[in-house]
Design a protein. Sequence first.
Lengths: 270, 122
Amino acid sequence: MHRYPRWPIHAALILVSVAMLLPFYWVLKTSLTGENIFAYPPSLLPQGIQPFFYVDAWYAIPFARFFLNSVLVAAMVIVANLIFNAAAGYALTKQFRGKTAILFVLLSCMMIPFQATIIPAYLITAELGLLNSYLGLALPAFSHIICIFIFKANFDAIPPSLIQAARIDGVPEWKILLRVMLPLAKPAIATNVILSFIWSWNDFLWPLIIIRDVQMQTMPLGLSTFLAYFEDTTGALYAFCVMVLVPGLLIFLLAQNQFIQGLTSGARKG
Amino acid sequence: MRPWLVNRVTITFATIALVVLLWNLYVAQHDDGILAGTVTGPDGSPVPGAKVVLSERTIVSLDPIAETVTDDQGNFRFTGHDRHRVVLTASKPGVGQSRRLEVRLYFRNQNRELAEPLQLAP
């Protein structure tokens, strides 16, 4: 029994949800109707729905190639993030000399925007001979500090007695991480997958700088190419936007429960 | 059934893979680029010997890519057009000209039999 009525909260949440979803609805509606987005008064309901703008978008640019490029880069980023962040997060649950300093350095690095480090990142990538390559695209996103802390928060919530029991049984540290910690940190894994996927999928600046070959472009770069060629085709442009958005939404919807748990894990004690 | 086979991630991606597979099978069966239809006169009767032009609709122009002539029953047929957005026009001296008919296809080379005839008007 609640002390106060819940409906005002629900009404407010519904209003906020509608406000948040309205832009997505508008993009979807325009992709199916191709109507002028500046038309006044705007029509809330779609009229003359047809799927051909998606066909136009598919053939206007090498969509399948851009999609494959984005998927390959995102897959590399996700795998690397899971390995490096889980290892770093596990290490930070230990007590060792200089741990505070390392935490301080990591937290400090979070405050430096990527744009500030992009020139050194470019020079290092060039020195490694990775310009215009998938590995070069993925390398700067191989680890995100915030994801390290998400793993650390999840690992901290696991009872130390489990680790001690594994140690007594002679299990090496990497196996403790793989067999004991990670299965108990599924929310952190889901959060890492979603965040690293979305950041990689939406990244525009880094691919813009290191990619020279059209066939190596990712989806956001493809969108800019699309804009350059087809300024007047509203429907096809919005159809392309939907096609870029859908994979990220799908990944999020599939793992949203774990994602929310991962972000809130360690936020409270007891 | 093993748990990893019946979770929502596996089911979602398996469904997507299945849809893509079925779609590609459908495309493979219907991608001869056949575009067929009929030309009729102002009275609705078939017009033999009418010239039908197939054009590609681009952002700024209309480029003719093929043309043919209707047979005795007023039927025309294009093959291997390799486009997903085309425009058809028909004309015959002494009978008239049709309006532009835009045909949008779900994929390039899609076979399509036009339900509506191209009607010539003076």
